[in-house]
Design a protein around this ligand. Structure first.
Ligand code: CAA
Length: 278
């Protein structure tokens, strides 16, 4: 099966890796230009280099996986069987991207979106085919869960097909109803927002908050380190969706979160967030 991934950022690259390292899948990794797409593949190669240097992977296996990933713009998705869109969390961009793909792709190609909080029904409106939510978690090659989200027009057979494909790449699918943030992000992102508020109020240091949640709640990493891993811009976008869709003030993004995003302190991807990565 050939899988087209739209968006070669953190999530797109991770999803591409998850498919390419499974027997039976090849990947077309796309972005708005060739350079961005090639950068996404380079990041995967860098991750493999580290594993090879630690003796956790053979160079030949890394080369074999990388050879299964081609890069370019969305036109290379014309012969793909499954498209997974992992572009930025912006409704208009996602809708426009799928509209263009609807013209380029095979009639029987499956359309899926990795949106972390937006309405599947709205993303798919006006398309000639149904779409489905296939939501991966960061880092996608490692995290087991895939949330499977059916929109109003998603047929049950498509849900079953995507569950099976998720299992084929070693993931555990959980079906959820369409709702802002689905399950994980509705719980996780307000928790990170709360941690930002606790820090802003001077109740504990960044390190103190993270140590408290690691040692007191057995989380693998603390909420502020997790915000840096996810990207603070992504966290803010999800908080804003939760707030606007529900109108509930409990989902209001903390002003410090918004300020850090405006200042491009987005976490690991910009080298600075709550921690320094330079
Ligand atoms: N890409 C590929 N592999 C990665 C990776 C990455 N970015 N980061 C870590 N790994 C791999 C490592 O290579 C290592 O593999 P091996 O055991 O085979 O060597 C394994 O993961 C463990 O990594 P480390 O030993 O370096 O570090 P760790 O034990 O602390 O684990 C972690 C790292 C898996 C990220 C762990 O800290 C963790 O589970 N954190 C929480 C992650 C989480 O909650 N993610 C969900 C975010 S929410 C989301 O993504 C949804 C959304 O829409 C915003």
């Amino acid at each position: 099966m050939k899988v087209g991934i739209i968006g070669a950022g953190t999530m797109g690259g991770g999803i591409a890796q998850a498919f390419a390292q499974t027997e039976g899948f090849t990947v077309a990794l796309c972005d708005i230009n060739n350079e961005f797409a090639a950068n996404g593949k380079n990041k995967i190669a860098k991750g493999f280099e580290k594993r090879v240097s630690k003796g956790k992977m053979e160079q030949a296996d890394a080369d074999k996986i990388l050879a299964k990933i081609t890069t370019g713009t969305k036109e290379i998705c014309a012969d793909c069987d499954l498209i997974i869109e992992a572009a930025i969390e912006n409704m208009e961009i996602k809708k426009q991207t799928f509209k263009e793909l609807d013209e380029i792709c095979k009639a029987d190609a499956i359309f899926a979106t990795n949106t972390s909080s937006l309405s599947i029904t709205e993303i798919g409106s006006g398309l000639k085919r149904p779409i489905i939510g296939m939501h991966f978690f960061n880092p996608a090659p490692v995290m087991k869960l895939v949330e499977i989200i059916a929109g109003l027009a998603t047929p049950a057979e498509l849900v079953e097909k995507i569950k099976k494909i998720s299992e084929d790449i070693g993931k555990v699918p959980v079906q959820v109803q369409e709702a802002p943030g689905f399950v994980v992000n509705r719980i996780l992102i307000p928790m990170i927002n709360e941690a930002v508020g606790i820090y802003a109020e001077g109740i504990a240091s960044v390190e103190g908050i993270d140590a408290a949640m690691k040692l007191g709640a057995n989380h693998p990493i603390g909420p502020l380190a997790l915000g840096d891993l996810i990207g603070l811009d992504v966290c803010l976008a999800i908080m804003d969706v939760l707030y606007h869709e529900t109108g509930d003030s409990k989902y209001r993004a903390h002003t410090l979160l918004r300020k850090m995003v405006r200042g491009k302190q987005l976490g690991q991807k910009t080298g600075k967030g709550f921690y320094d990565y330079t």
